[in-house]
Design a protein around this ligand. Sequence first.
Ligand SMILES: CC(C)(COP(=O)(O)OP(=O)(O)OC[C@H]1O[C@@H](n2cnc3c(N)ncnc32)[C@H](O)[C@@H]1OP(=O)(O)O)[C@@H](O)C(=O)NCCC(=O)NCCS
Length: 186
Amino acid sequence: MSDGGRGETPTIRAMRESDGGPVFEIYRQGIATGHATFEKDIPADWVTWFASRLPHGRLVAESAGRIVGWSALSPVSARAVYVGIGEVSVYVADGAHGLGVGRALLGALVEASEVAGMWTLQASIFPENQASVGLHERFGFRHMGTRRRIAWMSYGPMANQWRDTVILERRSVVAGIEPPHVEGSR
Ligand SMILES: CC(C)(COP(=O)(O)OP(=O)(O)OC[C@H]1O[C@@H](n2cnc3c(N)ncnc32)[C@H](O)[C@@H]1OP(=O)(O)O)[C@@H](O)C(=O)NCCC(=O)NCCS
């Protein structure tokens, strides 16, 4: 399907355990920018990484039969009171930026998180990464503040610099309206 000349509209589907190769290759490309994450390299173990992400947030975007992006949600805490909060990751392959892939992924991720009852999504983004800031703003993420010189980066293209991060947060207006049914109170 066309999307007004900006490229083929990607298909969003659940990430499978067999998607490790392309997902980690796209992750590696994002890490190499120096503006996506503090991670130095892709994780050593795909199976452990896959299992540690919330099932409803694990999505991939396919275009012309190829994986061109992925999203994931990590729990922010093991405490019951924070069960409805997740940290967003979204990565699009080199050569597929600016074509609506991130928008399709984040839109599907927001929807899936709300269906799962999650009420808050958060993201920590380097301020230099204006594409990611713009993408999250587009889905109603608010700027909570900037963590100035929060970490020293000693590797990659941004090596030997103190880095800032901006914290963005999206509070659902459809999930988390009634008090959640969580075991325990902590
Ligand atoms: C950040 C990233 C996920 C954005 O995905 P994308 O597919 O390129 O973005 P899209 O084409 O879907 O654009 C969606 C929205 O993001 C914003 N956006 C995208 N590129 C932008 C840019 N260069 N500058 C400002 N805003 C931008 C716009 O609001 C856009 O909406 P619009 O098209 O209606 O104007 C992608 O660039 C990427 O994977 N980068 C490397 C990895 C990374 O940095 N991940 C984020 C870690 S926090």
